[in-house]
Structures are given as C-alpha cells and as structure tokens.
Design a protein. Sequence first.
Length: 299
Amino acid sequence: MDWIAVDWGTSTLRAWGMSADGTVLWSEDSDTGMGGLAPEQFEPALLDLIGPHTSADTAIDVIACGMVGARQGWVEAAYTPVPCEPLGAGLTLAPTRDPRLTFRIIGGLSQAEPADVMRGEETQIAGFQALNPQFDGVVCLPGTHTKWCHVSAGEVVSFQTCMTGDIFAALSANTILRHSVTGEGWDDDAFAAAVGDAVSRPEKLAARLFSLRAQGLLDGLEPGTARASLSGQLIGSELAATRPYWLGQAIAIVGAGKLCQLYATALETLGASATIADGDGMSLKGLAAARTKLAKATS
C-alpha cells in the first residue's frame, strides 16, 4: 500500500488502500459521516476504519475529498474561485496526533455571481477529465444538490447548483404528498410525461404537485406513478432552469447509476444525449490525480 484515498461526506466515510500503480488493494466504508463528528473525533473515526490495514511502524499518506473539508469538518479546506482547474484549490493539511498519519484535503470551488460552491464534485470532475482530457461541454453531477458544470480547456468555467434531491426528499417525507408517493414503485411513462410538462410550463410546478394528491384521492393514482411524476416534475423544472448549460452541449453525467439514468432519460425526452460515468470511479480517479499532483510538487 502506497497511500489511502478517502471520500468523506456528510453521512458516509469511504476509504480505499491504493498501490503506487493505482491498484485498489482494499476498500472500507462506514456511516461515520462528518455531520455527526466534532473536530477532535475525525482522526479516531478514520483510524477505526483504516486501522486494520496499517502498521505501527509505517507512515501513510491520506488524501481526502468531500465535506470533511467543510467549515464544520476536520479542518476547512479553502474554496478557489472559478474559472480554474478542478483541483486548483490544492490540498489542505489537517492536524493529526498519530505520527504515522498525514491527512490532506482537496479544497472546493466557488463562484461569485451567482453565488455558488461545491465540495467533493470537483474531485469527480478531475477524475472524468483524467479519462477524457479533451472533453469540452457540461458535466452534470446528480445528487442531493445537483451540479451543472461548464468545463472547457481543462477548467471549470462556471457552475450552477439545484436542490432537486433535497426538495424531492422533503416533499415525499414531510408534506401531504407523503400519502401519495409511498413505496418504491415506478412508472417510466409517467416520469417522461412529467418531465415534458415541467419543461414546457415550469411556472405550474406548485399546482401540478398538488394535483398528484388530488389524482390519488379521486382517480386512484398508483403510488409508483405518483412517485415517478413527482420526480419528473422536479427534474424537468431543473432542466428548464439549466437549459443554457446543457442545450447544444456535449453532456456527461457523473454519479450513482440509477440517478444518472433518470437524468439521461429526462434529457433524452428533450432530444439531448449524455455519457454516463460512475461517481465512485471518478472520485477515485480524481483522488489519484491529486496524489500525482502532490508528488510532482514535492519531488
């Protein structure tokens, strides 16, 4: 093992043991996300996870991305304003007590107008660029807070964040729609129709959402159909808002497979095609790129 790659989000911690040639030797994960830790708890939480793979007399370098570098994380890793390379923020050294451990965090990116920030997605973009160095277009990173990033000449030029995932979770769990969208059912046709409706008339979103509840009461709308319609309405509204980013552009979607496919399907209904890349794989590639950049800087 040459170093350890870490992706530390709000709710999860993932680590990979890496050889010098980039081979993954082992992987571990836990639900010890940064959201539940005080600053002094980060190092013990990490050692609990990776301890079985380390030795008492061998120093190890760790490079991390994600919310571990937030203001409420282990140590704040500063934002770098765009336009810049996705790894332009460099690495921030976190304080450690164990002399075997050197922990560095990749910084995030910021945008002044309109105000926006990202932390963690920059590493996935760097990973995608490592595999597609000539890519010029838009990288979409679906999730709780979906990012649309204009990438050109190896730099992130601008980006826009949409809270679509947060809104879906809040509506389906904390509003009257929770009675209409329970379960894991799905309806592809309802999703596609909702995307088209939302893109054509995004200003009607609030009214259409309540209609899902009414259709359930009056017409027996199935929960799976209602769930797909809710998702389609929200993603369609997002696509309407981000049209200047993706219209006429090469599009790459980076993230979890099921969610990426939803976005790809939504774009297909609007006549746009996209390339899908695995989010975990791109995170690892991006962390490896940061490791290589560090090695060159210190050699």
